[in-house]
Design a binder for this molecule. Structure first.
Ligand code: ZN
Length: 73
């Protein structure tokens, strides 16, 4: 389970290609520029980009755990 809020802005890799909402909770949504739509599978590029965004966020969040820098002591 992700921390609350940590993935808030990053859609799940399999989320809707238009709005990023997961298929099981999608139903119909309104989102520009497509307007009302049903869940559509994301493109391969979208999946890659979302996974990359999640990975980079996890790494930047883990930077604080490197506070014990051997060079600084
Ligand atoms: Zn959608």
């Amino acid at each position: 389970m992700p921390d609350k809020g940590s993935d808030l802005r990053i859609p799940s890799p399999s989320g809707c290609r238009w709005c990023g909402v997961d298929e099981r909770e999608h139903m119909q949504r309104w989102k520009p520029p497509v307007g009302w739509h049903t869940w559509q599978p994301p493109t391969l590029d979208q999946r890659k980009e979302r996974m990359r965004a999640r990975r980079s966020r996890r790494q930047s969040g883990g930077a604080a755990s490197r506070a014990a820098n051997p060079l600084a002591s």
